[in-house]
Design a binder for this molecule. Structure first.
Ligand code: SF4
Length: 370
């Protein structure tokens, strides 16, 4: 269920759309953590009537009669669980950051290309971690280490970077979890030293509660943006593009380092006009912001055999092109296959983005294209 926020207008003057889970499940082990109580408080305040304290730690009964019903029930369920040690161990996450830290797994939105499709198994509920202290301890234990930004010539000034959005959209669930603001506050306060930086990417605009945090510019928020037509066709349950750009401006004005995750780039007919319009809209959104620190990360659309299968189960009517014959194969070092656009198409898009970013948005520093 997505309802207008009762918290008042956001940066666009409109109320941000907020996801309110229909059902919240709290495992027995999670309930022992103070952060679980904070999540329960937030969910109650948001109007969730169905909050269930489970007698054990297993989440069961998530399947319904049909695939469709299972998907719908899962996307409206928030589970509060404990992250096991294997999940808490920071993992390298090139080309974005030195390390991945997960505050949650799963996302309530409905993007038809969702990059989580191939990496999360089972019904797509959102699991948020109650043992936040232990999850964030990974920042302290890995500060100063890493090969993507730490001690590199190009990005060493970012310090040791920790990506929070590999398995979730942390802003999309922030109003019912509070995990993101707690992480930003602790890193801002120097709890893990002054050489660490958080980063996360989002398709939401509900930034009001982050604006006043003492972040010390140790967090970079990137807004995941796209050509209007791509977003209109394939994003679901997220903030509209103008709202994301207004939120980008608000965060930049509040002193945060900001960025664009332009993804997934798709060469739909007339794509140059669509992406040109996007870059112009971003330029207008950041005009006049003092001390702007703006990066860009550009990711073309790709799929794997398993993500395609999952996505077609979730969105059987999708018009998203996932035609293996129209793509090139890319093999990972572990032997997995990804389907990317053919070399000539990639080269054309890459050249266009390099030139147009320079021309239309010279303030943006391109971190990578993939
Ligand atoms: S916002 Fe991101 S994580 Fe959530 S459904 Fe869309 S693509 Fe997936």
């Amino acid at each position: 269920m997505v309802v207008p926020s009762p918290a008042g207008p956001g940066p666009t003057g409109r109320r941000p759309r907020r996801w309110v889970p229909k059902r919240v499940l709290v495992t027995r082990a999670a309930a022992e953590h103070p952060h679980a109580q904070e999540i329960i408080r937030r969910c109650t305040e948001a109007g969730v009537a169905d909050i269930e304290l489970l007698p054990g730690d297993r989440l069961t009964g998530l399947r319904r009669e049909t695939e469709r019903e299972t998907y719908a029930a899962a996307k409206s369920t928030l589970a509060v669980v404990v992250a096991p040690p294997s999940t808490r161990k920071p993992q390298p996450i090139p080309p974005s950051a030195d390390w991945r830290i997960d505050l949650a797994r799963g996302c309530p939105a409905h993007c038809q290309y969702c990059y989580l499709a191939g990496s999360l198994s089972g019904p797509p509920i959102t699991r948020v971690y109650a043992n936040l202290d232990e999850v964030l301890d990974g920042i302290g234990s890995h500060a100063g280490q890493g090969t993507v930004t730490s001690n590199t010539v190009e990005r060493g000034h970012e310090g040791t970077t920790f990506e929070l959005s590999c398995y979730t959209d942390p802003l999309g669930i922030e109003h019912v979890t509070g995990s993101l603001s707690e992480a930003i506050r602790r890193v801002g306060a120097g709890a893990y030293g002054s050489g660490v930086q958080l980063r996360f990417t989002t398709k939401f605009d509900d930034v009001e509660t982050l604006l006043g945090l003492d972040h010390q510019r140790r967090t970079r928020v990137r807004f995941s943006v796209n050509a209007e037509e791509v977003a209109r066709r394939f994003d679901g349950g997220t903030a509209p593009m103008p709202a994301r750009l207004a939120a980008l401006r608000s965060m930049a004005q509040a002193g945060y380092r900001v960025g664009l995750t332009i993804a997934p780039v798709m060469p739909l007919p007339g794509w140059q006009v669509g992406y040109g319009g996007l870059l112009d809209a971003v330029a207008a959104a950041v005009a006049g912001v003092p001390d702007l620190d703006l990066t860009a990360e550009i990711i073309t659309h790709r799929f794997t055999p398993s993500s395609k299968e999952v996505l077609l189960g979730w969105y059987p009517q999708t018009r998203l092109e996932m035609d293996e014959d129209a793509r090139s194969q890319k093999r990972s070092k572990f032997g997995g296959v990804k389907y990317v656009y053919p070399k000539a198409v990639m080269a054309q898009m890459r050249a266009w983005f390099h030139a147009e970013l320079d021309a239309r948005l010279p303030q943006a520093r391109l971190l990578y294209w993939t």
